[in-house]
Design a binder for this molecule. Structure first.
Ligand code: SF4
Length: 279
């Protein structure tokens, strides 16, 4: 079987940076991450085995011995930083610099009184974090109907940012809808380069193979999007979390298979899948 491996599969810069920061702390005591450091259970479990526990709320933090809190790669609300500091914990900020840039844009523009529109999934932790840096009430949209229904006063200024993992073409289309309404808008394409490149490469590979494998955690939104993009190009697209989810018999019926993986998928898992396909 011919195997085409995506060059962009696996840890992106932000995830790699966050994990390195976390593993640097394994020799120290009382180290916590605020929320899972990245969206991958295998990594989170391994860090727990090294003594780094996940804390999910400020209430939980009040009950553990004082120490260090590592902020997760996809960021948290401003109020969480303030409360952690007030509680006497040290903070190590592993927020991806690309997400941090959105926090700064939202803070700066909302402080000038602008309306903030975030294009993304309002339930995703990254978006929840971004919302928490706005001093005006932020609006989150992800569907065309929502963009069409949006209305502002003509004298209001609007600042538009995006979740880093949002689909680039859809972002452009949604912005176009808002532009046509002729509001005074500032648009910041804050979709991460790594995501765009990964999505583009995955689509190109999926067009030219008999089957496509997308590897990543269930909680990873960029993996889910990769799956959707590949499925559009290749009907035989399979989403797996680890090797055990792969149906080897079905796989063997294809002559040419492509592999890609989300930004928080460890290399070890990708290599295992690649090895099995090449056997
Ligand atoms: S996908 Fe991009 S924004 Fe998200 S953590 Fe990776 S480098 Fe940062």
């Amino acid at each position: 079987m011919e195997v085409i491996m995506a060059q962009t599969a696996g840890f992106c810069f932000g995830v790699d940076r966050a994990i390195t920061k976390a593993y640097d702390q394994t020799k120290n005591e009382n180290v916590y991450t605020f929320g899972p450091i990245i969206h991958n259970n295998q990594v989170v479990d391994d860090l727990a085995a090294h003594g780094i526990k996940v804390i999910n709320s400020i209430e939980e933090l009040q009950k553990v011995p004082k120490g260090t809190v590592i902020m997760r790669s996809h960021g948290v609300e401003k109020v969480i930083y303030d409360k952690i500091k007030e509680s006497g914990f040290e903070i190590i900020d592993a927020t991806c610099p690309y997400v941090k840039r959105i926090h700064k844009l939202v803070e700066e523009h909302s402080n000038k009184g602008e309306k903030i529109v975030i294009i993304g999934d309002y339930k995703h932790p990254e978006v929840v974090g971004i919302m928490g840096w706005s001093s005006t009430q932020p609006i989150v949209i992800k569907e065309f109907e929502e963009a069409l229904a949006l209305e502002f006063d003509q004298n209001e200024k609007v600042c538009i940012v995006s979740q880093t993992t949002f689909n680039y073409n859809k972002f452009k289309d949604l912005v176009e809808i808002l532009r046509k309404k002729e509001y005074d808008i500032y648009v910041f394409n804050t979709i991460c380069d790594a995501t765009e490149k990964r999505q583009f490469e995955a689509a190109e590979i999926a067009k030219n193979v008999d089957a496509m494998i997308v590897i990543g955690s269930e909680q990873s939104s960029n993996t889910q999007k990769l799956y959707e993009i590949c499925k559009e190009e290749c009907a035989n697209t399979y989403y797996i979390q680890t090797l055990v989810d792969l149906d080897e018999e079905t796989l063997r019926s294809f002559g040419k298979v492509g592999i890609t993986a989300g930004a928080s998928t460890p290399n070890k898992i990708i290599e295992e899948v690649q090895r099995l396909c090449q056997r």
